[in-house]
Ligand binder design. Structure first.
Ligand code: SRM
Ligand code: SF4
Length: 574
């Protein structure tokens, strides 16, 4: 960012995307006409930019690219559709709808994402409108699932303290509804003008919070309930840490300036962990969110998209500048932050009885992909569970699923279904796998440099015997992979991470904090499978021999000198 731009926000020439947004008439563009074009299964780039705000990305099946190219066919264009529900809580009816549309219009799989949303893949252009309509008919939405707006608000799905979860979840929902775009474009284009969600009622064709060009970049909010940091609150642009005293929700510590994305070899881009800046009461959370978003709207970099995330606005101007600006817009000041403690950023699996007397089951879903595949009948099993279940489903931030609020009478029936469909046993239930996440990557993600979801399970199968050799099989070690450095599975916060560099090649990172509190550091660059295994084996065996009581793997790799501790994202590359 130039000094000039620092002094006068957004004075540098704005990027092309800013022009597209400005001309779009509140996200309308020419989408209606484009969708009617029968000549091609694709849409023009300008409309594709706008489509993101409506929750969809144009993609093509990268496995088929070369073959189609050889046959002089246009790429196998298809659309990814992201369906959001604040805090990831949905009803069995909504689950069944997602299952139905995945079979009817998608590639017969559902992807549970790292932000507690659903993704459908493989929807062709001509089915998009009907798919979006069916999603909205069940009161879910794709609006603002992507694009330069506030994204799905994450919330710890806490099945343990049901009352606290209910309360915190309600605040997350209010933040989400308050920051929903108000444009009628979504309704006009996809729902023939029908009014479906209350949060959209007050639309006047204007955007009181976002304005006509929306935000400079995506914006992410997460709410954590300690001791669980499953939402990786320090990776969020804006985070809230619930402060519970004597079993009651007192308010939230506020965190700002986290983010994962970077580009390989470009030190001007880096992941960052958020800073805790103070405390607010529950009634103040919506105000804090709105004012923070408007600060980013006004000061975020609209010239260089790679530099447009809120973390750079804060790092360039300083945290004190931000706090002053926030207090001045709020007209009141945050209180000092209160003590809190996180013990893990993963999920806890299996049965738990909530404080409301209902049962909850956290089910491990490898990399969030729900599908039937040979003997693996996960999708059918979950469909049958949804038919029998009258509680809720909660998508976790680690791509897993909680089947929530099960009565004692229903518990037995669901246990039978778990057994019938083999949902709770099998070789993928090892400790390493339960602590693993991989992003989607190939074949659908246009930005993937290497495999991720399709490769991590195989790599873990090779790492597990090494854990056995060292007696570490049951050790919780957070391990994550992404196909590129955008960080969709938040790999920069893992104790071991692999970030795709080229087909079959990864950068390997070590030293992330077990509670999601510290970034990791590059250990080896551009390595393939053999080198990955050769590099890890001695470190794991060293850890098994020399670790201190209760010492986590990430902490050990720093103490033993394998990598330097990263205190701020600005030191990530150095
Ligand atoms: Fe992401 C872009 C998938 C969570 C950082 N992400 C993409 C796209 C849309 C690729 C594209 O732009 O063409 C991917 C679609 C792949 C596909 O085929 O489905 C994609 N991101 C995902 C999901 C599905 C990964 C998953 O395995 O679950 C997650 C959907 C979340 C949701 O439901 O809303 C997902 N993405 C994240 C996260 C994690 C989070 O939010 O907690 C991050 C890092 C946190 C952050 O934003 O800093 C993340 N995605 C990115 C970035 C880098 C942003 C940046 O600051 O540079 C991109 C690229 C971009 O925006 O230009 C990206
Ligand atoms: Fe695609 Fe990269 Fe995100 Fe993986 S991390 S889904 S490869 S953008």
């Amino acid at each position: 960012m130039s000094d000039n731009n620092l002094l006068s926000p957004n004075s540098a020439p704005h990027s092309d995307v800013e022009q597209i947004k400005r001309k779009s008439n509140y996200l309308r563009g020419s989408l209606t006409e484009t969708l009617e074009d029968v000549i091609t299964g694709s849409i023009p780039e300008d409309d594709n930019r706008l489509m993101k705000f409506h929750g969809s990305y144009m993609q093509d099946d990268r496995d088929l690219r070369n073959e189609r190219n050889k046959q002089k066919l246009e790429p196998a264009y298809q659309f990814m559709l992201r369906v959001r529900a604040a805090g990831g809580v949905v009803t069995p009816e909504q689950w069944l709808m997602m299952d139905r549309v995945a079979q009817k219009y998608g590639n017969s799989t559902i992807r549970l994402t790292t932000r507690q949303s659903f993704q459908l893949h493989g929807v062709i252009k001509w089915n998009l409108k009907q798919t979006i309509k069916e999603v909205n008919d069940e009161l879910l939405s794709t609006l603002a699932a992507c694009g330069d707006v506030n994204r799905n608000v994450m919330c710890n799905p806490n099945p343990y303290q049901s009352d606290i979860h209910g309360e915190v979840y309600e605040w997350a929902g209010r933040i989400s509804a308050h920051l929903d775009p108000r444009t009628r474009a979504y309704h006009e284009i996809w729902l023939d003008g029908e009014k479906v969600l209350d949060s959209l009622e007050h639309d006047e064709g204007q955007e009181p919070i976002y304005g006509p060009v929306y935000l400079p970049r995506k914006f992410k909010i997460g709410v954590a309930i300690p001791p669980s940091n499953d939402v990786d609150v320090f990776s969020q642009d804006l985070g809230y840490i619930a402060i519970i005293e004597n079993g009651r929700l007192k308010g939230f510590n506020v965190t700002v300036g986290g983010g994962m994305g970077m580009s390989h070899g470009d030190p001007k881009t880096y992941p960052q962990v958020a800073q805790v800046i103070g405390f607010c009461t529950p009634e103040q959370v919506v105000d804090v969110a709105e004012k923070t978003v408007t600060i980013q709207r006004d000061y975020g970099d609209r010239a260089v998209r790679k530099h447009a995330r809120f973390k750079y606005t804060i790092d360039d101007r300083g945290i004190d500048w931000f706090i002053n600006e926030l207090h001045s817009r709020l007209g009141w000041s945050l209180e000092p932050a209160r003590p809190y403690h996180f013990d893990h950023n993963g999920d806890r699996y299996g049965w738990v009885k909530g404080s409301n007397g209902k049962w909850h089951y956290t089910l491990f879903i490898q990399n969030g992909r729900i599908k039937d595949d040979g003997d693996n009948r996960l999708m059918t099993g979950l469909r049958e569970i949804a038919k029998a279940h009258n509680g809720d489903f909660r998508l976790t931030a680690n791509q897993n699923l909680i089947i929530g609020n099960i009565s004692s009478q229903k518990k037995k029936k669901l246990e039978e279904l778990f057994k019938e469909y083999g949902l709770t046993e099998g070789s993928h239930y090892t400790a390493l796998k339960r602590n693993s996440m991989a992003c989607v990557a190939l074949p659908t993600c246009g930005l993937a440099m290497a495999e991720s979801e399709r490769y991590l399970p195989d790599l873990l199968n090779l790492i597990e015997p090494m854990l056995d050799e060292s007696g570490l099989r049951e050790e919780d070690i957070v391990i994550r992979m992404t196909g590129c450095p955008n960080g969709c599975a938040r790999p920069m916060l893992a104790e071991i991470a692999f970030i795709g560099k080229a087909p079959g090649k990864y950068n390997m990172y070590l030293g992330g904090g077990f509670t999601g509190n510290r970034l990791n550091k590059l250990y080896k660059e551009n390595i393939g499978e053999t080198e990955i295994l050769d590099s890890l084996r001695p470190i794991l065996s060293h850890y098994a021999k020399d670790r201190r009581d209760g010492e986590h793997f990430g902490d050990f790799t720093i103490r033993a000198g394998y990598v330097k501790e990263v205190r701020s994202g600005q030191d990530f590359h150095s």
